[in-house]
Structure formats: structure tokens, C-alpha cells
Design a protein around this ligand. Structure first.
Ligand SMILES: [Zn+2]
Length: 231
């Protein structure tokens, strides 16, 4: 722990890194530094990054609190940027369906952990739709961009929307499909353009600009809304 700043920094010393990285975990500033780095250098680094830290802390504090879901009738759920109401009924078989403006969940009356049942049904529903929807979208945009991904999969990423390996294996966070279509398109374009340029250089962003000219707005949208994109 480093003090003397008007925020607390949790310093993690490790042999596993050669350079300093700084990030936020909730409202806590964390810093990973090489074991041998002096406290003086750490302080210098924090001072240099203070404007960035303050901006990030402000962002966190201004976020509206997101209530965790209870999976009961009336609750709102997002899909492709639209909101749907959850309707829970009892029946002989468990199921989940998207019908009109509703996510209709059926659970057994005797189910003592119905909320957990609904949650896992929802997750597999979303994952399945993400896999189909994102594959289609990726194939479509890959043709326009002129690249050929090796594989397209979805995963439960904690803090990223997608990745693209240098072999062209594209993986998406399935939660992307909670977002509106233009945002999804941006995420797909973002990953596909890494097949042209495997970094975030200005050359890379020029490619992105060609296929998703609103990429800045999309990136901001994801930054602002990611905390509420949860099931
Ligand atoms: Zn990227």
C-alpha cells in the first residue's frame, strides 16, 4: 500500500512482470510492478498517472448502481439492445423462450432453486444465440473486409469483448449480444481488423474506420455500459 496520495494504491510486487501496469479493480487502484522497483520510482509513476487515475475513479463513482438480478417476473433483460420483461410461470418442463416483448421462463413448481434454474437457462439461451448471431455476422463482415477467420467461438470473458489470435481464431464474450446491433458490428469489425493488423496502431484504426466509421462512439458506449451488461 502506498499513501501520500488522495487515493490508495495497492502495489503488487512480482517477479513475473518487467514493466509497470496500473489498473482499477472497482474503486481500488492496483499496480503490478517488478519486485526490484524502488518506492521512489513507484511514486514517480503514480504521480505521472494521477490524472488518468482521477478520471477513472470519477467514472467509477458516477456509475449508476446496478442491482443484481433476482430472476423474477417483471425484471428487465436486454437482447440486441432491446429490453424484454421476464415472465415466470410454472409448468411440467423447464424452458426459456423469447416471445414478443417477453422472456418467458417456465419452471417446475417444486423447484426450490427456481431463480438459479432461470439464470442458467438464460445464460445458455444467450450463449447459443451469441454463437449463431456472432458467427453469421463475422462471416458476413469477413467477406467484406477480405479476411478469413480460422474459427469463431464465444466465451465467458470477464473484462473483454473479444480476441483474435494470430492464427485468426476469433473469440467473443457472449454478453456482446446484449448490446445494440451497431455495437456488435463494431466488436466484430474490431476483431476482424486484427487479422489485417495485429495491434492497436494508427494503421489498425484506419482499417476499423473504413468498416465502422462510428467506432469511437461504439467504444465509448461499451465503456459506459459494460457494467450493466450482465445476466
Ligand atoms: Zn483489439
Amino acid at each position: 500500500m502506498i499513501d501520500g496520495f488522495n487515493f490508495t494504491v495497492d502495489v503488487i510486487r512480482t517477479n513475473r512482470v518487467r514493466s509497470v501496469s496500473i489498473y482499477l479493480e472497482g474503486e481500488i487502484v492496483k499496480m503490478r510492478v517488478p519486485k526490484s522497483l524502488s518506492e521512489k520510482r513507484i511514486r514517480e509513476f503514480i504521480t505521472k498517472r494521477t490524472p488518468w487515475i482521477k478520471t477513472k475513479l470519477k467514472e467509477v463513482s458516477e456509475r449508476p448502481l446496478v442491482k443484481s438480478k433476482e430472476y423474477v417476473s417483471g425484471e428487465m433483460l436486454s437482447y440486441l439492445g432491446r429490453t424484454y420483461r421476464l415472465k415466470v410461470t410454472h409448468g411440467n418442463e423447464t424452458s426459456i423462450k423469447l416471445k414478443g416483448r417477453f422472456f418467458s421462463a417456465t419452471v417446475l413448481k417444486a423447484d426450490k432453486t427456481a431463480q438459479e434454474t432461470i439464470r442458467s437457462m438464460l445464460i445458455s439461451w444467450y450463449r447459443q444465440h451469441a454463437e449463431i448471431g456472432l458467427s453469421k455476422k463475422t462471416e458476413y463482415l469477413a467477406e467484406i473486409i477480405g479476411v478469413q477467420p480460422n474459427s469463431i467461438t464465444v466465451k465467458d470473458y470477464k473484462s473483454r469483448w473479444g480476441s483474435c489470435s494470430n492464427r485468426g481464431d476469433i473469440t467473443y464474450n457472449w454478453k456482446v449480444i446484449l448490446a445494440p446491433q451497431p455495437i456488435i458490428d463494431y466488436v466484430v469489425v474490431h476483431e476482424l481488423c486484427h487479422m489485417l493488423e495485429p495491434n492497436h496502431s494508427s494503421r489498425y484504426w484506419k482499417h476499423v474506420e473504413r468498416y465502422a466509421s462510428d467506432w469511437r462512439d461504439c467504444r465509448n458506449w461499451l465503456k459506459t455500459n459494460s457494467h450493466s451488461m450482465c445476466i
